[in-house]
Design a protein. Structure first.
Length: 389
């Protein structure tokens, strides 16, 4: 067997630092063989300054919106951003597909090896057939009117079926998921939760103060969204509890859930989760801070999440709400706001935590024999990343 051998100033396994004389050994095609002390590694070691790390996992992306890069002004606020996303979807399919290919290339260059991708259409299928990145496809559905739940779900199921044909075990790589608490009716939540094989779910959660006000009080700026969509919501009654409690109540005990954005998740929410048995199997909190800043939302209280031992992962959101699809850029943003968070903690969020969240930990996320997690070398100040495998 032909081996490749890598050594750097530091080696992060996905869990921990190893001593700087450690050498990572892989097969020619990137499968992890071993990590050994340098005196045992023999000749042919490629040495690099910086940090060796497994490839990054992007837990939240909208690849199909890549054609919208630069189209929506920054800091419009949540409601105006959502309205403009809806209005800008109607592009020529070839333009959309070209942008998708370019965005995937960018993710590869930025060291990303696996993606949790939100899909409202089948536009990304052609690119994903090439197998350059691992994807879990979250087929998104929305519909706030109870009477349209079945129709809305069936439309999303048709998209799901197109993705399912790409995979030998469709449920391992595809799910039907709710968009957000303000865009999914209780009846539609029920259809989603009980769809066979729907074990891994995600939802946009507490992304703005306006969202929280609408869910808990029925008031605020979100009424402009429904007016823009010509939806009559006179039927709506606010939740009789906090918004996160209300959201979690829709899911089942055997399901795992990635909550995305969490810019308005507060201590009361987290105390409630900590003090009660979770209604679901696993809960992950996904941070997309560059998108939050782009839209004009606050950065999540990451120290509060850490205080409650939340399982944190990182995403990029879309090029409609971000300048690049780079997990390193997200870590840089987190470091600017929270400079005391250790590099090892940031890297764990970006590697092993993300792999667990997407249920890909048997394949990526850490340097363990048999895995193919990719190999990156990162500058110690997190300024650059280079993909080695």
């Amino acid at each position: 067997m032909n081996y490749r051998k890598f050594q750097a100033d530091h080696l992060f396994t996905g869990f921990e630092w190893l001593s700087n004389d450690s050498v990572l050994i892989t097969s020619a095609d990137g499968e992890i063989v071993d990590i050994v002390p340098a005196p045992e590694a023999g000749d042919g070691i490629a040495r690099f300054p910086g940090i060796l790390s497994p490839g990054f996992v992007n837990c939240h992306c909208h690849l199909e919106l890549s054609h919208m890069k630069g189209l929506i002004p920054e800091k419009t606020g949540m409601v105006d951003f959502l309205v403009q996303v809806i209005q800008q979807r109607g592009f020529d399919v070839e333009i959309i597909k070209k942008a998708i290919a370019g965005a995937e290339n960018s993710m590869l260059q930025h060291g990303i090896v696996a993606v949790g991708d939100i899909c409202n259409t089948a536009n990304t299928i052609e690119q994903k057939k090439q197998g350059r990145l691992l994807y879990h496809n979250f087929i998104e559905t929305m519909g706030f009117i109870e009477s349209t739940a079945k129709q809305r779900f069936e439309a999303s199921k048709a998209v799901y079926d197109q993705f399912a044909r790409l995979y030998r075990t469709p449920a391992a790589s595809n799910s039907i998921v709710p968009h957000a608490p303000y865009s999914v009716s209780p009846a539609l939540f029920q259809l989603i939760a009980h769809f066979p094989g729907n074990h891994l779910l995600t939802i946009h959660n507490q992304e703005s103060a306006a969202e929280r006000e609408f869910i808990e009080k029925g008031s605020g700026d979100f009424h402009r969204l429904y007016q823009a969509l010509n939806i009559d919501i006179n039927f709506y009654k606010p939740a009789a509890r906090q918004s996160l409690q209300a959201t979690l109540s829709h899911f089942l005990p055997n399901q795992s859930l990635i909550l995305v954005h969490n810019t308005n998740t507060n201590e009361s929410d987290l105390r409630c989760i900590a003090g009660c048995p979770l209604p679901i199997a696993n809960l992950f909190f996904c941070l997309c801070p560059n998108a939050n800043e782009y839209i004009g939302n606050p950065i999540p209280d990451i120290d509060l999440l850490r205080q409650f031992n939340a399982a944190i992962v990182i995403g990029t959101d879309s090029l409609a709400s971000n300048h690049r699809l780079s997990i390193l850029a997200e870590m840089q943003m987190i470091r600017r706001h929270f400079p005391h968070i250790a590099t090892s903690e940031l890297l764990q969020w970006a590697t092993m935590n993300g792999a667990r969240a997407l249920q890909l930990e048997e394949v990526v996320g850490s340097f363990e024999p048999g895995k193919k997690p990719g190999v990156l070398v990162i500058k110690e100040d997190l300024s650059t990343v280079e993909r080695l495998l």
